[in-house]
Design a protein around this ligand. Sequence first.
Ligand SMILES: Nc1ncnc2c1ncn2[C@@H]1O[C@H](COP(=O)(O)OP(=O)(O)OP(=O)(O)O)[C@@H](O)[C@H]1O
Length: 252
Amino acid sequence: MILIDNLHKSFKAKSGPVHAVKGVGFEARDGEITGLLGPNGAGKTTTLRMLYTLMSPDQGRIEVDGIDVAKDPTAVRKRLGVLPDARGVYKRLTARENIEYFGHLHGLDDATIRARIDGMADTLNMRDFLDRRTEGFSQGQRTKTAIARALVHDPRNVILDEPTNGLDVMTTRGLRGFLRDLKAEGRCVIFSSHIMQEVAALCDRIVVIAHGEVRAIGTPDELRDQTGLADLEDVFVRLAALEAEGTMEARA
Ligand SMILES: Nc1ncnc2c1ncn2[C@@H]1O[C@H](COP(=O)(O)OP(=O)(O)OP(=O)(O)O)[C@@H](O)[C@H]1O
């Protein structure tokens, strides 16, 4: 369970400050997939980076399973599995070694790591390349390695930044099935995307974010009702273009 409340983050740029995240707040529940949907530059990655403790917010609060990220980031990290926007697998290591390395960082023993890799290699269909060095891997193979690495410690909460970026249809389908399995296991799953159909196909609830602000929260049907539009792409365009004061709430 993840709670994000009134997050703010600014960056200094030569042309002046960039207020990337302006009061973002939402709840992501266990046993649900929550989609963070927004156009390029909306503030999705910045929000997720604060959630997975890579940067601190200027203002606001984040709780993971009731633990305040600012007070106990180490405990929070143990409960999070993160696929960051930069996948960064070690190219001199095989996929298996990449995953093992993270398992050891989490303090897992060899037998546990072996068992976890065995399970994930089957679910993510990684057998063909598991023992190859990742140098030269396709994007899909790199993403799968990074996902398996992120989940080696069996976290309750899973955060994926644009997980289907650059993946083909078959791999995307496989990944969707995998995320549904995580949900069925009662985990809290958040993923970001700028593609409405992608989010609609998978998410129980969608948080629409644009210009650093939450524009609407709801199920795909609730968002359709709120806007009076049937086509989800039109819904997204309408919500993303809304003025801040027009923010819509469809909290379940
Ligand atoms: N380290 C940084 N320094 C300066 N500006 C930044 C930094 N990180 C993000 N920004 C700016 O903050 C805004 C939000 O960026 P962010 O990466 O969070 O968007 P996003 O929704 O993930 O976009 P995309 O879908 O294009 O990845 C953008 O204007 C971006 O240029």
